[in-house]
Design a protein around this ligand. Structure first.
Ligand SMILES: [Zn+2]
Length: 288
């Protein structure tokens, strides 16, 4: 179902400007695809949403359209959200406002029992380490590489059963601790983990919560993350191709058993990785 977006026209001039929210609409924890119809005199530039801006690019699988990927935070509530679009019409700079409906997904809840020392670490040195790891990762995610390394559709990092979906509210040892920020795949220790797409390896590290971690920058603010690995096959700064072996799975970090946790970010906002992959593969990277 396609939902046509209504414009709040800020100017009175008439113009053939056409944008719509693709697919089922906008949901918390998901990526929203805005599709713009291309016109000769109009050059779309960027969309502003929630203090961030997102580029509007020509769709490589349909050059009659341009697109922007808007990540909606998991914690976003149901509301009408105003977005601002920058574009030029005959080289004149213009701005248009549009409103989209943000809908709520009914995510499940799950109870998890782990070693209490991994739930609420009290030791100051551990707390400090966790804070350092968090800031290091956020600095990476907030870095937007101004080009895309992606040429082909995404692949799955492992062919295996999904054991925990993105977005489940998580209750660790009886207390609510956020939500599941990625998709878990069954993976016995030592199973090969593949790069979901081309990109630059920007972090290879053993971390407190995520254990053996690899982060890949795919460009344009898109990152994929691979957690709980037991060995690495890549180094920081290295370019990887889609399908290249990043290392092998394990059960490092805060886990209940061996598995791969796969997650994704757009401009630092955590989104459902499988929904992002299917959206990009079906709408942007199709036929590539
Ligand atoms: Zn996980």
């Amino acid at each position: 179902m396609k939902i046509l977006v209504e414009f709040i026209l800020c100017c009175s001039f008439l113009l053939a400007f056409d944008v719509e929210v693709s697919g089922e609409g906008a949901f918390n924890g998901k990526t929203t695809l805005l599709e713009f119809k291309n016109f000769k005199d109009i050059k779309y530039e960027q969309v502003h949403y929630a203090t961030k801006s997102f580029p509007i690019l020509i769709n490589p699988s349909n050059t009659k359209k341009s697109y922007a990927l808007i990540p909606i935070s998991y914690y976003e509530k149901s509301k009408i959200q105003e977005l601002k679009i920058d574009y030029t019409d005959n080289n004149e700079r213009r701005t248009k406002l549009l409103s989209i409906n943000i809908n709520q997904v009914k995510y499940d809840k799950e109870e998890i029992h782990v070693n209490p020392s991994k739930v609420n670490p009290k030791a100051p040195d551990i707390k400090k380490l966790i804070a350092q790891e968090y800031h290091e990762a956020m600095n990476i995610y907030e870095t937007v590489t101004n080009k895309s390394y992606i040429k082909d559709p995404f692949i799955m990092p492992i062919q295996s059963k999904i054991t925990s979906a993105f977005g489940k509210a998580r209750v660790y040892n009886g207390s609510l601790k956020g939500y599941h920020s990625g998709t878990d795949f069954r993976a016995k220790t030592g199973t090969n983990i593949f790069a979901a797409n081309c990109g630059k390896v920007v972090l290879v590290k053993n971390r407190f919560y995520s254990g053996g971690t690899v982060l890949i920058d795919h460009g344009r603010g898109i990152y994929t993350c691979y957690f709980h690995m037991s060995a690495f096959n890549v180094k920081e700064g290295e370019m990887v191709k889609r399908g290249e072996i990043l290392g092998v799975s394990g059960q490092s970090g805060r886990v209940t058993g061996p598995h791969l946790h796969f997650s994704a970010r757009i401009n630092a906002v955590q989104v459902d990785p499988l929904q992002l992959v299917s959206l990009m593969n079906n709408k942007i990277l199709k036929g590539k």
